[in-house]
Write a protein that binds this ligand. Structure first.
Ligand SMILES: [Fe+2]
Length: 129
């Protein structure tokens, strides 16, 4: 929400953003668009003033277009983004079809089969001499 009371908000540092900082900034911009949609639609729902309702709903739709612009830019800058989005969509599709969602753990992170480690396995580790 507006932070106009902070005089340092919007002050540009003496350098340009790195690509990773830009990507994080765009994620924040994307979430701001989502918040704007929520706010405008809730305000439209909360009034009986027909013109205000119409304008608020129209602006909310414009914000949804902005969301698409930011998401597309993020997808172009983050090569794996579309893969994550597709994975999320697949999980919901599976649940909507009444199936278990696919395993979310990346293969390298999945626990290996074999004996389970206990605290006893760790005794003596990390000691020198
Ligand atoms: Fe916007």
């Amino acid at each position: 929400m507006p932070e106009f009371t902070n005089p340092f908000i919007g002050v540009v540092p003496g350098r340009k953003m790195t690509e990773s900082e830009l990507l994080r900034a765009l994620r924040l911009d994307l979430s701001a668009e989502e918040e704007a949609v929520h706010i405008y639609l809730s305000h439209a729902d909360a009034t009986d003033h027909e013109l205000a309702k119409k304008v608020l709903q129209d602006v909310a739709e414009e914000e949804r277009v902005h969301k698409g612009e930011f998401q597309r830019l993020i997808n172009l800058l983050s090569k794996e983004e579309e893969g994550f989005l597709a994975e999320g969509a697949d999980e919901v599709n599976a649940m909507a079809a009444g199936k278990e969602p696919p395993d979310q753990t990346a293969p390298a992170e999945r626990p290996t089969k074999g004996p389970t480690s206990t605290i006893g396995d760790l005794k003596g580790q990390g000691r020198e001499g």
